[in-house]
Design a protein around this ligand. Structure first.
Ligand SMILES: Cc1cc2nc3c(=O)[nH]c(=O)nc-3n(C[C@H](O)[C@H](O)[C@H](O)COP(=O)(O)O)c2cc1C
Length: 442
């Protein structure tokens, strides 16, 4: 006879929690791994774990209504004949046409232009809508070379050589057959309707020296006019930044593990890469060690949502930030107004991440013309511009409170950390102390 203990309720394992059990059953039933969009869903140390100190007797604040706090940023001042000047240090990250609908790309271009900032192509080439509606357009040069051609290199305002992404450092992209429409297939030179995996490394590189040769080629093709960015996923930020600088980059884009993706294996998104917060100080250190801080600009991305996040990234030494997921939300992604349709897809607003399936009710991560037409690029562009404006104002408010007349004057001294982990990763003293763990190296 079995004994039932009336005192203790059934106890579930923290290791084998309900989600884990369901994932094991899903894998057992289907034999395939889970692919999804968006960034990591687990909680890792982030900008939320830092606070600003604000002014006090030793520092005086600036008045919001009459004292200026500048937000402009110049990118590509090292070698490019035509560096880029933006009104706000918040840029739109590279997201591909293919992953996103033409209307979504147009909305991003419109919003960025209204806000005085740049947007970026992606792993699928440059669309005319996007070029036409983006005052400043960064053109990605990717391992896959999808949609790559010298004409578009010259039509761009800057070139971003993509080595990796924070959601999947070391991994390539995916675009499933259901999103490979006639137009996407034509732009990528791919067969329609067949799953595609983008390369994880450039076909003609065997090491950092080849990056230098590639940058030189791109400069020659574009007559040394365009700033050349190098984008890396957050894996070894000190060495990757140093190598990108040595290879001749004008700008380093560093994307931490919270960074979004259009479609990647869940196991990759959740288990590879370093939190954005942990990437910034080593990268800044590399720039300082080479005497290049503020000469080669550093753009940080991966989980940036608010003006506070922007101000914190800048205070840690970044020159600008890039946003992907938050920009998609601003134009209408995961909007509760589509809840009924999310439910039909077995999900809910705020959790919808099956972006690879191309069934997005909001018309953003789809190539279905009917769904894509739900997104009005003009209205969506205005929403993005509003959001960018609010984030810029928020960052300015914080900077003024810290006594700074330019966002770039924010500094590590303006911050304290809430947790030991954040203190160690961001090298910011734990609140109430002048100490952080691990002083003295990476
Ligand atoms: C829908 C989507 C598509 C993306 N496509 C690309 C791409 O083509 N090339 C690339 O370098 N990064 C791509 N990314 C990553 C972004 O450029 C950026 O690194 C990331 O979204 C930043 O993190 P955040 O989403 O938390 O802001 C994509 C991200 C998303 C959400």
């Amino acid at each position: 006879m079995s004994y039932h203990n009336p005192y203790t309720p059934p106890r579930k394992s923290a290791t084998f929690d309900d989600y884990t059990l369901a994932e094991i059953r899903r894998a057992a039933a289907t034999g395939i791994y889970d692919i999804r969009g968006a960034g990591t869903k687990r909680k890792v140390p982030h900008f939320d774990d830092l606070l600003f100190l604000g002014a006090s007797i030793s520092r005086y604040p600036l008045e919001g209504y009459r004292e200026k706090c500048d937000t402009t940023v110049v990118l590509g001042s090292r070698f490019a004949k035509k560096p880029i000047t933006l009104k706000t240090p918040i840029t739109i990250a590279g997201m591909s046409f293919g992953a996103l609908s033409g209307n979504a790309k147009e909305a991003l271009g419109r919003g960025a232009t209204l806000a005085g900032t740049s947007t970026t192509t992606g792993d699928g080439g440059m669309t005319n809508e996007e070029r036409g509606h983006s005052q400043t357009l960064v053109y990605q040069y990717l391992p896959s070379r999808y949609g790559m051609n010298p004409r578009d290199l010259r039509r761009a305002d800057a070139i971003e050589v993509v080595v990796g992404q924070g959601a999947k450092p070391g991994g390539g992209g995916m675009l499933l057959g259901q999103k490979i429409s006639d137009r996407v297939a034509h732009m990528r030179n791919l067969p329609k309707g067949i799953d595609q995996r983008s390369a994880c490394r450039h076909p003609d590189w065997t090491g950092p020296d080849d990056l230098e040769i590639k940058i030189m080629e791109l400069r020659e093709i574009t007559d040394w006019e365009k700033p050349i960015y190098v984008k890396v996923g957050g894996a070894r930020p000190y060495y990757d930044t140093a190598l990108a600088v040595k290879a001749g980059a004008d700008v380093v884009v560093l994307d931490g593990m919270q960074g979004g993706t259009a479609a990647t294996q869940d196991v990759f998104i959740e288990n590879v890469g370093m939190p954005t917060l942990a990437c910034i100080r080593p990268a800044v250190q590399a720039l300082q060690d080479l005497g290049m801080h503020r000469k080669v600009q550093l753009i940080i991305s991966g989980g940036i949502r608010s003006g506070a996040d922007v101000a914190k990234a800048l205070a840690l030494g970044a020159d600008a930030v890039a946003i992907g997921t938050a920009a998609l939300v601003a134009i209408g992604d995961n909007d509760p107004k589509w809840e009924e349709e999310y439910q039909k897809l077995g999900t809910t607003a705020g959790a919808y991440d099956d972006w690879h399936e191309g069934k997005d009710p909001a018309g953003i991560t789809t190539q279905d013309p009917e769904l894509a037409n739900r997104l009005d690029p003009i209205a969506a562009g205005r929403r993005l511009a509003n959001y960018l404006k609010v984030m810029t104002l928020e960052a300015q408010t914080i900077a003024r409170a810290c006594g700074k007349n330019h966002l770039h004057n924010l500094e590590p001294e303006d911050l304290c950390a809430l947790t030991m982990e954040a203190a160690a990763m961001a090298q910011i003293p734990l609140a109430g102390t002048n100490w952080y763990p691990g002083k003295g190296g990476f």
